[in-house]
Design a protein around this ligand. Structure first.
Ligand code: SER
Length: 582
């Protein structure tokens, strides 16, 4: 069974059970300033899990490309990857636990031929927020799976993806990769042996700002099955790196080195694949946000390449193999080929020169530490390695670990903020995953987006409607319906109107109301057909009123000066503005 067959089988299975097939969403979340990447199939579906009506219905399935950087130090082992594909099916207040569990079981055993004797599961043990999930356990028992372990929230609860949002208890399905192993072992005692292959989350709660879990208006099901891991199980190989989605990349690398070091090869293969997919979204390596993540992935791959003796530029060639391997399901790889190869090559050139000198500087610092009897690498040394030699902090951390040294992360962060106020936010800790990051810059730009939206409607006309929004710490990007290029005068008028509202220091407030009330109050209803009964409406003084999930600043005076930096066409009748706060 190869990747194409697995994707197809999964989609067909759920299509036959009345699920609408939705395509993969972008890796870069739209309309969500709090996250850097799409980390799970449920991520683009959050509004629908919270109750808005999805245009395709209440049963959905897809294959979602995902990036998770939280486990980057784990990459190289048998199971962790930064880029992976997730097969998912959803019930938006439609079916519940019995169907969800039964279909997972049927798919695994009947469609994929897994041996039921090698399947074990976990269920939620219950706590003050939600009861023990005996219902799921009973369903598993009725299917003939008696190997059930009850675990607490830290193991058997999924979400919210950010600080707040939909979440719930889950039942996780494990496959025993070594049935001849010691009797009595479980996923708890030996996670290397028992692989989690599927996670069925019963999203019936919403975590609120105050930390409480309140029942959602609708009981949802959100499942995720890791394609790469499942392929390894089905192809009987030790890890995803030997499956048809990664093997060609590994083989390409093996041809470049004399003494292949499996760990290094895996890191390079994983990081290059992830970088290719991020670049395919039109991202360039840079110093903050997604550009910084892709820079780190590329640099870490280059460093491992040098360590195992790969001479000269190798990433662009390797990327060709990634593209050849995955561009059938992901045609954007072919479309963005030139940009991908060029970006990799440029970044490799940039990093190459400094790598050797940086390593030298690092060794000197290590010697100094030792001479002084210290076992911690100081923060200012780490900052110098970052600033002068382009060493991402996690690279320094890794080198330090290899030398048996600790690092002074907070010292580094202090040095960083002192020296580089502007890119302050792109620093250490980013690899811990962006989901909970709600940073002042992105919140300010989000409020500025509302002001821009309203200003465009006042200057150009009410035919202007939001078609997309993307925010990084540096800029906002706003797509809207309009045909003609904006004139100088129009741009000046829009900027003027936004800055006027900022100067007035208008209060920003929100209220929950029904969709009808929202419309009657004059709120702009974005993507109206997607909203359910109760919506959140953000009001900015008497200037703007818009349906939105937030977050926003309290007063517009916190925004600074608004400036449009680019106006371009991105499709017929569709324009894109990039703007900054300075
Ligand atoms: N959201 C859950 C996960 O990522 C199930 O899809 O595991």
């Amino acid at each position: 069974m190869n990747a194409n067959t697995l994707r197809q089988r999964f989609l067909t299975f759920f299509q036959q059970r009345s699920h609408a097939l939705i395509g993969t969403a972008s890796l870069i979340p739209e309309n969500d300033p709090s996250v850097l990447f799409t980390t799970a199939g449920m991520h683009p579906l959050v509004p629908y899990l919270l109750g808005e009506a999805h245009p395709a219905g209440r049963r959905l399935a897809n294959v979602q490309k995902c990036i998770r950087t939280g486990d980057i130090m784990e990459v190289g082992d048998d199971t962790h990857l930064t880029f992976f594909e997730m097969l998912g099916n959803w019930s938006l207040g439609d079916y519940g636990k019995p169907e969800s569990i039964r279909w997972s079981y049927e798919f695994l055993t009947e469609q994929l031929g897994l041996d039921p004797a090698r399947i074990s599961v976990t269920c939620f043990a219950g706590d003050a927020d939600a009861p023990r999930d005996d219902e799921s356990a009973d369903i598993w028992l009725s299917l003939g799976i008696p190997r059930i372990t009850f675990l607490p929230k830290k193991d058997n609860w999924w979400g919210p993806a950010g600080a707040t949002g939909p979440c719930g208890p889950d039942t996780e399905i494990f496959y025993d990769t070594d049935p001849s192993g010691p009797i009595g072992e479980t996923m708890v005692t030996n996670p290397q042996r028992f692989w989690e292959v599927w996670n069925n989350v019963f999203m019936q709660y919403e975590k609120c700002d105050d930390g409480r879990y309140i029942p959602l208006g609708q009981a949802n099901v959100d499942t995720g099955l890791g394609l790469d891991r499942m392929l390894a199980v089905l192809q009987g190989v030790p890890s995803p790196y030997e499956t048809d989605v990664l093997l060609p990349i590994m083989e390409h690398l093996r041809r470049l080195v004399r003494q292949p070091d499996t760990f290094a090869l895996r890191v390079i293969a994983d990081h290059t694949r992830a970088a290719v997919f991020i670049l395919a979204e039109g991202i360039q390596p840079g110093n903050v946000d997604q550009p910084y993540i892709v820079r780190r992935l590329i640099r870490r791959a280059v460093r491992y390449g040098r360590e195992i003796g790969i001479e000269g530029h190798f990433l662009a060639d390797l990327a060709e193999t990634v593209i050849a391997t995955l561009s059938d399901p992901y045609t954007e790889l072919r479309q963005q080929r030139d940009h991908i190869l060029l970006s990799l090559d440029r970044e490799e050139t940039k990093f190459q020169g400094t790598l050797v000198r940086g390593r030298h500087e690092f060794s000197r610092s290590v010697d100094q530490c030792r001479a002084r009897g210290k076992s911690i690498l100081p923060g200012d040394v780490m900052f110098k390695l970052y600033d002068t030699y382009g060493f991402p902090v996690e690279l320094t951390q890794e080198l330090a670990q290899q030398q048996g040294l600790e690092i002074d992360l907070s010292g580094y962060e202090q040095a960083f903020s002192a020296h580089q106020e502007r890119s302050r936010q792109g620093a250490a800790g980013r690899f811990r995953g962006g989901l909970t990051e709600r940073r002042p810059e992105t919140i300010q730009l989000h409020t500025a987006t509302h002001l821009l939206h309203e200003a465009l409607r006042r200057v150009l006309g009410t035919h202007v409607e939001q078609r997309g929004s993307n925010i990084t710490v540096e800029r906002l990007r706003f797509d809207f319906s309009h045909t003609d290029k904006l004139t100088e005068e129009q741009i000046t008028a829009v900027e003027g109107l936004v800055n006027e509202q900022i100067q007035h220091n208008l209060p920003v407030s929100w209220q929950e109301m029904s969709l009808d009330e929202a419309k009657n109050s004059g709120a702009i209803g974005l993507f109206e057909d997607r909203y359910g009964e109760v919506v959140k409406v953000y009001t900015i003084g008497d200037f703007s009123r818009e349906i939105c999930g937030g977050p926003h600043v309290d007063r517009t005076g916190q925004l600074g000066h608004f400036q449009i930096v680019k106006d371009e066409a991105v499709g017929s009748g569709l324009r894109r503005i990039r703007a900054v706060l300075v």
